[in-house]
Design a protein around this ligand. Sequence first.
Ligand SMILES: Cc1cc2nc3c(=O)[nH]c(=O)nc-3n(C[C@H](O)[C@H](O)[C@H](O)COP(=O)(O)OP(=O)(O)OC[C@H]3O[C@@H](n4cnc5c(N)ncnc54)[C@H](O)[C@@H]3O)c2cc1C
Length: 417
Amino acid sequence: MASKYSAFQLFKEGLKGHTGWEPAWQDKSPSPSYDALVIGGGGHGLATAYYLARNHGLKRVGLLEKGWIGGGNTGRNTTVIRSNYFYPESVALYDFALKLYEGLSRELNYNIMFSQRGIAVVAHSELEMEMAARITNAMQINGTDAELLNREQVLERVPLLNQNDDARFPIFGGIWQGRAGVARHDAVAWGYARAADKLGVDIIQNCEVTGFLIENGRCAGVKTTRGEIRAGTTGMAVAGNSSVLSAMAGFELPVRSFALQAMVTEPVKPCLDTVLLYMGTGTYLSQSDKGELVIGGGLDRIPSYGQRGNPPLQEEILSGLLEMFPAFGQLKLLRQWAGIVDVVPDSSPVIGPTPLPGLYINGGWGTGGFKAIPAGGWLLAHLMANEEHHEISRPFDMDRFARGRLIDEAAGAAIAH
Ligand SMILES: Cc1cc2nc3c(=O)[nH]c(=O)nc-3n(C[C@H](O)[C@H](O)[C@H](O)COP(=O)(O)OP(=O)(O)OC[C@H]3O[C@@H](n4cnc5c(N)ncnc54)[C@H](O)[C@@H]3O)c2cc1C
């Protein structure tokens, strides 16, 4: 079991040449049965396992990951954390996550490098300014921090932006959320893994779920590449693979899977101290602690499980970047990658029971679930332990598609990530 990280421990280890650090978590083999089983070793699955043990006192919790923990979208995203959504249900969800993020390094005893540098969402016309004002007002009414910026205030924050009056996307102003920011994505996965391991959770890697054990119409566990495992309650948080798993369980999800791309430039000196998003192009970026510019944009056009991303979208994202910052045309691109995200028609997540009793889902986060990891884990753990919704997850139940109570954030806030 890992000891507490502290300045004293670091000093002590420094004197010994750092030879005494224990592994941050143990790589366990599966037991034949668990009280609770979580499928998916991304941030949401790991957080769920942690909160099952931490909030609900479950002793026998197992987490199954087909590859390595954090190797899915959690380790592939552009790390933006914010709660600038339009609908009250969304602000309640994402602001809950943001508040948990604010105390997460201390909670997990693991530095997740959360940097609340703020996000500016830039508008390019009078019409977009009206939209920006509408979203800012909604955010304020829903109780989160938001400010409407004029052109001068945007340029004061990001002086390198293209200031030409004849720019394709001129700057009119924007929305500012100061509590937004970025965190180290791997550290979020590793921090939850370490803290969960400390509470006795079995983290089992290289263990793919290949089917469900269904007894008397109820989920009684899973079939895996390492044998059958029984469980009192089962939760799945498998992002782009949600429809694959639901097909194994015998039901269909309103999810389509798409590649979402990101890329980084060579490192440069500090030149951007906020997260920045252009409404017109959908391109957004931030600067990492190493100096690389971390850049992203919209979804690839065609649903796919091809985890690489296609050139037309890369071209679109990069032309968006050069529109914002013509000077960045001199930079070299270092890396590009993609992850498979699970997109739901109203661009809001699905959290709740599934048509197979005993199986619960956390998914449908599409392009923006990194920011929700602490809340997603908290809420799925609550569902699995109590067999009923937390008030924050209730509106995100799958039954909203039958009842017509969609939470259409794509139309409401029109911002991805
Ligand atoms: C390029 C890119 C940029 C993004 N940028 C942002 C951003 O800036 N901000 C933001 O909030 N969100 C962002 N996102 C979205 C965010 O990354 C995801 O919504 C989030 O990471 C989902 O977490 P997760 O734990 O649900 O999924 P994942 O991290 O994908 O974890 C799911 C895990 O399930 C495992 N799994 C799948 N099938 C099985 C099986 N059969 N058996 C066992 N295990 C299985 C997978 O191997 C995987 O490790 C971005 C995504 C991408 C791809």
